[in-house]
Design a protein around this ligand. Structure first.
Ligand code: XMP
Length: 538
């Protein structure tokens, strides 16, 4: 079977990076789950890297003039009907290329070598036996464990190529055409199980592509400042501050770039943790000298939730009210030309997965994650967007935040849901319940901080149940709410495990809550992981 010819098309993302000051290594994405990870690994070497569609044409690549190109892995076999192919002219650009797994097989196929289904698919760890320890494999130990995941194998090398390394099952585990600076590896150097994988990536980036370590936090801040000024000029920008690391970093960068033309608006819907609104405003005004328009909307949000018990309806009303307040306040404070959004790099990656229908090979709509509460603004309130964090991964935002002086309490803050405590009070939200939960939650935070275990958890918080149980205190019967403690560990919030905490620690928190928070007479601990539970209770 021969793959139909596919014409590479220009990618919309390229316009956003054409003005790039940084040296660049491009990853062409063939649908691997690790494409983003390759970008992160390269960025860890302080060289900027972006993931582009495999359809990016050679002429677009020439214009971008990357120092190197990585072809990612992918789920296909190079002989599949609609196997994705890159522009064949990239081999003649004179730019070094590293093909990873599928990327290597495609390189071999397009350059006249042979790829066949292997006798045995190879998944998992394999020892890499090094035949040529120069350039790509410098500092990679002979016998190093590398992580394999492939069904096809390279059976014949294209002209000019030689073997750099093999494994017991794979004779051509790493190959090179040194003169043309074309390299291929059958394994995945980007995953943590590949020992020496990062050394290989460094070799590619520094020795083969001749990059310099220019992707640093300081360089990013300088470049972002320049870009914001060039884009926004002396126009006015509105930013909805939430107190999280993204919007806080955003505020700092924008204020640095355009000063008073930035307006930070903080809408207090009344569902934040105890003292947080006050602390946030104080921090920004007094420590950063960034003015914040504080909007106290507590009453109106609470009124909207009166009598509402359905979780989705609560979320819907809060989201809707947020937009209404935002709209009114931005009219009052405006007009504004731009709205600042905390879009991050994973939101804008143009991935092969989302571009190609696997059945027909047709290009389909690019998936853009909807995020932030201001997505549903009315038509007459449309702003132009400024998104200075769009090149960053989350951990890079943290680094930038830290470098510009955001305190650790913001940089490493646990995730906190937009609807806040309203979805941690099950059933109807009332002023009384909010006070109880806020006080109980505050005790949890105090004890976690006091014991120095804040960073042991992905999240740790209290939930209030809208039922009452019987207890006894000081010879008197009580009939009051239970509080649930929800402490979890997680990598990304998609799955989570309940945290195994010390019983004495739990007892301490339980005693304090029952003794200090009127209206609570019982504390329970949630021992459900996600799935089947979710982290939040609503
Ligand atoms: P669940 O409850 O689905 O939560 O396991 C996963 C992660 O997402 C957070 N979360 C939210 N974050 N707005 C947010 O910004 C929301 O509406 C929202 N709901 C849940 C939750 O805290 C956890 O980290």
């Amino acid at each position: 079977m021969t793959a139909p010819t596919q014409t590479p098309q220009p990618s919309p993302l390229q316009t956003s990076i054409r003005d790039l000051q940084q040296q660049l290594v491009v990853i062409l994405d063939f649908g691997s789950q690790y494409s983003e990870l390759i970008a992160r690994r390269i960025r860890e070497t302080q060289v900027y890297s972006e993931v582009l569609s495999y359809r990016t044409s050679a002429s677009d690549l020439r214009r971008l003039s990357p120092k190197g190109i990585v072809l990612s892995g992918g789920p296909n076999s190079v002989y599949d009907d609609f196997a994705p192919e890159c522009d064949r002219e990239i081999w003649d650009l004179g730019i070094p290329v590293l093909g990873v797994c599928y990327g290597m097989q495609l390189m071999v196929k397009q350059l006249g070598g042979g790829v066949e289904r292997a006798d045995r698919a190879e998944y998992g760890k394999a020892s890499l036996h090094i035949d040529d320890p120069t350039d790509l494999l410098t500092n990679v130990e002979d016998g190093a464990t590398m992580w394999m995941s492939h069904g096809d194998s390279v059976t014949k090398l294209p002209e000019g190529f030689e073997i750099l390394a093999h494994t017991n099952n794979t004779p051509n585990a790493a190959i090179a055409d040194h003169d043309k600076k074309l390299y291929g590896v059958q394994f995945h150097p980007e995953v943590v199980h590949s020992i020496g994988g990062q050394a290989l990536i460094r070799n590619f980036v520094y020795h083969i592509c001749d990059c310099e370590p220019t992707w640093t936090t300081e360089a990013f801040v300088e470049e972002a400042t320049r870009e914001i000024r060039a884009k926004v000029g002396d126009k006015r920008v509105l930013l909805a501050l939430s107190g999280g690391v993204d919007s806080s970093t955003l505020a700092f960068l924008l204020h640095r770039a355009i000063g008073d033309n930035l307006t930070c608006m903080f809408i207090d819907q009344g569902f934040m943790r105890k003292y947080e609104p006050e602390r946030l405003v104080k921090l920004f005004q007094e420590q950063f000298h960034i003015p914040v328009e504080y909007v106290n909307a507590r009453e109106r949000f609470l009124a909207k939730l009166e009598g509402v018990t359905d979780p989705e309806e609560k979320r819907r009303r809060i989201g809707h009210e947020f937009i209404r307040v935002f709209e009114e306040e931005s009219r009052r404070l405006g007009p504004f030309d731009y709205l600042a959004q905390g879009t991050l790099y994973p939101d804008v990656i143009e991935s092969a997965d989302s571009n190609i229908d696997p059945k027909t090979g047709e290009r389909v709509a690019v998936k853009i994650k909807s995020h932030h509460n201001v997505g549903g603004l009315p038509k007459d309130l449309q702003f132009k967007l400024v998104e200075p964090l769009r090149k960053l991964f989350k951990d890079e935002v943290r680094k930038v935040g830290r470098s510009i002086g955001l305190p650790e309490e913001i940089v490493k803050r646990h995730p906190f849901p937009g609807p806040g405590l309203a979805i941690r009070i099950l059933g109807e939200v009332t002023a009384e319940r909010l006070k109880i939960l806020r006080d109980a939650d505050y005790i949890v935070r105090q004890e976690i901080n006091r014991h120095g275990v804040y960073h042991d958890f992905w999240q740790a918080f209290a939930v209030l149940l809208p039922i009452r149980s019987v207890g006894v205190m000081g010879d008197k019967r009580t009939y009051a709410y239970p509080i649930v403690l929800r402490f979890v560990s997680s990598e990304d919030g998609m799955t989570a495990d309940w945290s195994r905490v010390d019983y004495d620690f739990l007892e301490l928190i339980s005693n304090r809550i029952v003794n200090e928070v009127p209206g609570v007479n019982r504390v329970v601990y949630d021992v459900t992981s996600k799935p089947p539970g979710t982290i939040e209770w609503e």
